[in-house]
Write a protein that binds this ligand. Structure first.
Ligand SMILES: Cc1cc2nc3c(=O)[nH]c(=O)nc-3n(C[C@H](O)[C@H](O)[C@H](O)COP(=O)(O)O)c2cc1C
Length: 185
C-alpha cells in the first residue's frame, strides 16, 4: 500500500522521529512517503476564492508554501496517516493544511460530492504528547468533512483505519498503537 504519512510536528527529532523509525521497518510491505510539516511550511488560506476558478490553490508553491504538494500527495496515496503532537490543540501548519483543504474542496464544488478526490480515502489519525496517546476525536471530527459526503458536526462517524475507542487501555504508548495499526492493515 502506498501510504503518505504527514507528521504535524514542527521540529525534527523527538517522538515523530521515533515513529518514523518504526514505520520504516515495514518498508518492504508498504511504500511510505514521509512528509514532515517541520520542513513543509503551509500558510493560511487568504480567502481569495481563486481555487474555484483554477481548480487548485493559487498561492505559489515556494520554500514558504508547500500546500499543493502535500495535498496532492494525499490524493495519490492509497492511505494517509496523520500523526500529530498536541500543540495547545493542533500545530498551526496542520491547521493551515485543513483550512486550505476546506477552501479548495468547497470552492471547486466537490465537497460532499462523488467528485471529491479524498472521498472514502483510507485514513488513520494519531495524536500524541511525548510518547503518550492523546485524544484523536477532535482531529477526526475535523477530517470527516474531507472524506465523507454526509458528515455530522457533533461526532466523528468515519471509519478510520485506527478506531480504538480507548487506546490507552490497550497500548502503553503511541508507537505501539501506530505499529499495531500498520500490522493489522
Ligand atoms: C507549541 C507547543 C505547544 C504544546 N502544547 C501542548 C499542550 O497543550 N499539551 C500537551 O500535553 N503538550 C503540549 N506540547 C508538547 C508536545 O505535544 C510534545 O512535546 C510532543 O512530543 C512534540 O512532538 P515531537 O516530539 O514529535 O516534536 C506542546 C509543544 C509545543 C512545541
Amino acid at each position: 500500500m502506498k501510504i503518505s504519512v504527514i507528521f504535524g510536528s514542527h521540529r525534527f527529532g523527538g517522538t515523530n522521529h521515533e515513529i518514523e523509525k518504526i514505520l520504516k521497518k515495514y518498508s518492504d510491505i508498504h511504500e511510505f512517503d514521509f512528509i514532515h510539516l517541520a520542513n513543509n511550511k503551509i500558510e493560511g488560506c487568504i480567502d481569495c476564492h481563486e481555487c474555484g476558478k483554477f481548480g487548485q490553490c493559487i498561492l505559489p508553491p515556494s520554500k514558504n508554501d508547500h500546500f499543493q504538494e502535500v495535498y496532492e500527495k494525499m490524493i495519490v496515496a492509497d492511505a494517509v496517516f496523520i500523526i500529530t503532537p498536541v500543540y495547545a490543540v493542533i500545530p498551526s501548519r496542520l491547521t493551515a493544511l485543513f483550512e486550505r483543504m476546506t477552501s479548495v474542496l468547497y470552492y471547486t464544488g466537490v465537497m460532499n460530492t462523488d467528485n471529491n478526490p479524498l472521498l472514502n480515502k483510507k485514513v488513520a489519525i494519531f495524536n500524541y504528547c511525548y510518547n503518550k496517546i492523546c485524544d484523536d476525536k477532535e482531529i477526526k471530527l475535523i477530517f470527516d468533512k474531507f472524506v465523507m459526503k454526509n458528515y455530522r458536526f457533533d461526532r466523528s462517524t468515519y471509519k478510520y483505519m485506527n478506531k480504538c475507542e480507548n487506546p490507552n487501555e490497550k497500548y502503553s504508548n503511541i508507537i505501539e498503537y501506530i505499529q499495531d495499526t500498520i500490522i493489522n492493515l
